[in-house]
Write a protein that binds this ligand. Structure first.
Ligand SMILES: [Zn+2]
Length: 203
């Protein structure tokens, strides 16, 4: 079974109207090329969406993230995003609201925003090609740690302190098949980093 798409943390989600935040347009602007490159999408056989992106909206780490199981959507709208109001990594808990529930990778995004207030955007993609090519070459989280857990948060903290992850902004999740993350000052930087790698390894 693919370890993907289901929420492992205590998700306190409040269903509301679609979000009205101005960042939605920017999220869609950068989601599109990621979707077209197949870095965000849908495993048809299993019926599971993959990949997500988020943008910070406050210094404390509130962020807007694509909602769970939206990977099949090409033209996303405000209804496909959720706002993470608060989180507690040690308690494994995420508080969000929106028309759909926040992504199952929200805790991973929260952990990344917690590393440094200058991280303004996080992109999580799936690419078997990049994962295979870059695992253990670029900063890589341990193979026995899966997504959406407090252990993964601690792994990113380790990479932040011990590798060039703060400069390059790219990491491979060895314990999450095909999973990579890209961070940046803003959505453009985080998205372009992973799109550039995808172009570089195109065959
Ligand atoms: Zn994933």
């Amino acid at each position: 079974m693919i370890d993907e798409g289901y929420i492992k943390f205590d998700s306190r989600w409040r269903q509301t109207e679609p979000l009205h935040n101005s960042e939605i347009d920017l999220l869609n602007r950068w989601r599109r090329p990621l979707y077209d490159a197949g870095l965000i999408g849908y495993y048809e056989e299993q019926g599971i969406g993959f990949g997500n992106l988020s943008v910070r909206i406050s210094p404390e780490g509130r962020f807007i993230i694509s909602a769970t199981q939206t990977g099949h959507v090409r033209n996303a709208g405000a209804e496909h995003y959720a706002l993470v109001e608060d989180f507690d990594i040690e308690q494994n808990r995420v508080f969000s609201h929106g028309a759909l529930e926040a992504s199952s990778e929200s805790l991973t995004h929260a952990a990344l925003y917690s590393l440094d207030s200058r991280i303004g955007a996080v992109v999580h993609v799936h690419s078997e090609k990049l994962w295979t090519a870059l695992k253990d070459t670029v900063p890589t989280t341990r193979a026995d740690v899966s997504y959406g857990t407090p252990e993964m948060a601690r792994e990113f903290d380790r990479l932040w302190r011990e590798s060039d992850f703060p400069e390059t902004g790219i990491a491979v999740m060895a314990g999450h098949a095909s999973g990579l993350v890209s961070i940046g000052r803003d959505l453009q930087e985080a998205s372009e980093r992973i799109l550039a790698l995808d172009a570089k390894f195109a065959d």
